[in-house]
Ligand binder design. Structure first.
Ligand code: ADP
Ligand code: MG
Length: 727
């Protein structure tokens, strides 16, 4: 086709330089622009930050008439128009936010053919008057931004977009260019069909975002892990995604308490507040926005330097979309995913509720791909690109934790065989916890009743502790040697690959990864002199009450400095409390327990706040699985003798809640605790399902739900069990 007559002869490159100030095109921009100038329809699938706007703004400047851009987001139109006007393009928009007179003024300019670039909202096309007006105007091109909104298969379907299917028929002369960052073929084909694109010039840009660094970290002490990332990006804008509204509010509050300028964003907030928060973020008035996935399309902010996922996304598509919001300006940006296996059953819970079989299977498959992304030792970039059907040949991408990390390979074939043998000899009908109980020779009632102490692998791995076996289980899961099947308490099954290993035909090794940090490693706790202000307020109130009771000034009880340290280190037992500066024996005895209880309650109410590992280097770590002071050992001994929690409490003259917290900790430490003795399996199952449904580990909602039939103790035990088993 002949090129449309241009109103000036500025060649394409000159316009790029003079109007937009850019030295060169980004990949595919030039081809797209030349197609539009040649009157051809276009379908451009380009990643976020790929530079789609330029592809229609440049032709708008070059071609005679008005370029009509349909864009779904009113909130962005003004920014885009302002930016275009800044570049000397005669641009305007029409949407519901304009007053009547303003709209009339735009229409006048339109009829005078004095608008080069007109942004409109899709619902305008459902208005016959508007189409009549357009018919009287010379149109250079139509551009459909976020074109995937026309597809029911996409994630942002907008019924308004369906009215756009008339454009090609009503305005057959003008080229129609559709732009989207949604990469699936199904959506792509749907867009072509629905818009009636006429043999469009189709480009699928590479989805490789070279400036994004992908990293996955095990989710352990989330709050301090996030703080670490924020420290690296101090004062820089970033987004933190969380799954639930509560966790968004919790984390946002926590960060604010740490002196970070952060705001929440989720669908539960009033629209006004949401808008204000987004605006504050856009304008760099706050640095961090903590959000659910409701926060997305409306952000054109180009200087987002990091995107953190504090919870597992449900598939790679979503992950790619959300991380795509980082580094639109092409400058380096970080994408960090905190991966904890406890997130998997939460997503599975929702997937299990999809009624359509095919849809459910697809969702499950996608979740598995996401888990693989996070847990396999394969270049992250390669995995993302392969997901979108794009190969990646480079051996080392140079910008993901896998490619830049140090890897040590250890053979775990024998351990894998022991593990699978225990599974196989028990009919592949048990979960991780039980299999590890067998391997480590645990003496539990359940094992005896089932006769699992008689099988050959019973105790075959007792030279290593449970945490080691948990590591083996994770590796085998990650490498598809075994898999989890079922809902709240999944059972383990052996895959075909697993069978070849079990029968000695293949070997399996685990990769131990170590990130090589560019800067010399700092001491673990250095620099963390902030403290949790919300917790501080609570401890201060407690201090006031205790001081009033004693009729002494509060600083006599504890100084501020002491409370600050408690807020940082979260002591959970007397020996820990004793190591806080300012806590002597007398005060330890008089106030220790009350402060410990207050901190515990606070942490339970705010599950997002996690405590720092090794925060008491001189006291045995909680995760070592080793005895943790005499008091735990005594509880453990009595429990092993068959005493109930109530009896142990009596025998030791301690509160039942204290004994429960010992038991809870021991479950988390992977010690032999026969859970069936503590809670009836059917009841455990019910409580477990509720935790998953609620998507949080908070106790109160669970207690409330069961209206007094479930105690805190029971809920705590189930929670610990689930965390260990699924986490
Ligand atoms: P998309 O809509 O594809 O997500 P945008 O059109 O918003 O991307 O462009 C992202 C950023 O890249 C913008 O800041 C834009 O000014 C910039 N950009 C676009 N094309 C170029 C180019 N050829 N050279 C330099 N920067 C560009
Ligand atoms: Mg865009």
């Amino acid at each position: 086709m002949e090129a449309k007559i241009t109103k000036n002869d500025l060649p394409v490159f000159d316009t790029l330089k003079k109007v937009f100030g850019f030295q060169s095109f980004r990949p595919n921009q030039e081809e797209i622009i030349r197609s539009i100038l040649g009157g051809k329809d276009v379908l451009a699938v380009m990643p976020t930050g790929g530079g789609k706007s330029l592809c229609y703004q440049l032709p708008a400047k070059l071609m005679d008439g008005t370029a009509v851009v349909i864009s779904p987001l009113i909130s962005l139109m003004k920014d885009q128009v302002d930016a275009a006007v800044e570049n000397g393009i005669s641009a305007a928009f029409v949407n519901s936010s304009l007053a009547k007179e303003e709209t009339a003024a735009v229409f006048r300019r339109l009829r005078n053919n004095s608008i080069e670039l007109l942004y409109i909202a899709p619902e305008r096309f459902a208005m016959p008057n508007f189409i009549e007006t357009l018919k009287g105007v010379r149109i250079s091109l139509f551009a459909i931004d976020e074109a995937h909104c026309i597809s029911e298969w996409g994630h942002d379907f907008r019924p308004d977009y369906l009215s756009l299917s008339n454009i090609a028929k009503t305005f057959p002369e003008a080229p129609l260019a559709a732009f989207t960052a949604t990469a699936t073929r199904k959506v792509q084909d749907d867009v072509i069909a629905k818009l009636g694109l006429r043999e469009p010039f189709t480009v699928r840009a590479s989805f490789n975002r070279q400036n994004l660094f992908y990293r996955v970290k095990s989710k352990r002490e989330l709050a301090s892990q996030i703080m670490e990332v924020l420290k690296k990006h101090a004062g820089e804008p970033g987004i933190i995604y969380r799954t639930t509204r509560d966790s968004v509010d919790g984390l946002s509050g926590f960060l604010s308490g740490q002196g970070i300028k952060a705001l929440p964003y989720h669908a539960g907030l009033e629209q006004e507040e949401r808008k204000a928060n987004q605006e504050a973020f856009s304008k760099d008035e706050v640095h961090v926005i903590v959000a659910t996935i409701a926060f997305g399309m409306g952000i054109d902010k180009s200087n987002v330097r990091f995107v953190i996922h504090a919870d597992l996304p449900k598939n790679i598509e979503s992950y790619y979309q959300e991380t795509g919001r980082a580094g639109r300006d092409g400058e380096p940006a970080d994408c960090v995913l905190f991966f904890g296996r406890e997130d998997i059953p939460k997503i599975r819970y929702f997937i299990d509720r999809i009624s359509d079989d095919t849809e459910r299977d697809i969702a499950l498959k996608k979740l598995n791909q996401m888990v693989r992304y996070a847990s396999h030792n394969v270049c992250r970039r390669k995995q993302v690109l392969e997901y979108f059907g794009e190969g990646y040949a480079n051996k080392n991408c140079g910008a993901c934790d896998i490619c830049t990390g140090k890897v040590e390979k250890v053979d775990i074939t024998t351990e894998a065989q022991i593990f699978m043998s225990a599974m196989s000899r028990t009919g592949q009908r048990f979960g991780i916890m039980h299999i590890i109980d067998i391997i480590t020779g645990a003496d539990t009632k359940r094992i005896r009743e089932l006769g699992h102490d008689k099988i050959k692998t019973f105790g075959a791995g007792k030279d290593r502790d449970k945490n080691h076996w948990r590591f083996i289980a994770d590796e085998l899961l990650a490498q598809d040697v075994i898999y989890q099947d079922g809902g709240a308490y999944p059972v383990l099954k052996i895959t075909d690959m697993g069978k070849t290993i079990l029968f000695g035909k293949e070997k399996v090794s685990a990769l131990k990864r170590e990130e090589i940090s560019k800067k010399p490693r700092k001491g673990k706790r250095s620099g963390f002199e902030e403290y949790d202000k919300a917790l501080f307020e609570r401890l201060r109130a407690l201090r006031k009450r205790l001081a009033d009771e004693q009729q002494v000034p509060p600083y006599i009880v504890f100084s501020d400095k002491t409370l600050h340290e408690m807020c940082r280190r979260h002591p959970s037992a007397l020996p820990e409390m004793a190591s806080i500066s300012g806590v002597g024996d007398a005060k330890l005895e008089r106030y220790g327990n009350e402060f410990i209880e207050e901190i515990k309650t606070y942490l339970e109410e705010n599950p997002d706040i996690s405590i720092q590992e090794n925060r008491f280097p001189d006291i045995p770590s909680e995760r070592s699985g080793k005895p943790k002071g005499e008091t735990f050992e005594k509880t453990y001994e009595l429990f092993k003798q068959g005493l109930s929690i109530g009896k142990i409490a009596k025998a030791r003259s301690l509160a039942e809640s204290t004994i429960t917290s010992h038991i809870e900790q021991m479950i988390m430490d992977g010690r032999d605790i026969d859970i069936d003795r503590l809670i009836d399996p059917a009841k455990r199952d019910e409580i477990g399902k509720l935790f998953l449904k609620l998507g949080s580990w908070q106790l109160n909602p669970v207690i409330e739900h069961f209206k007094g039939t479930v105690s805190y103790e029971e809920a705590k035990v189930v929670r610990a069990y689930m965390r260990w088993n699924n986490g």
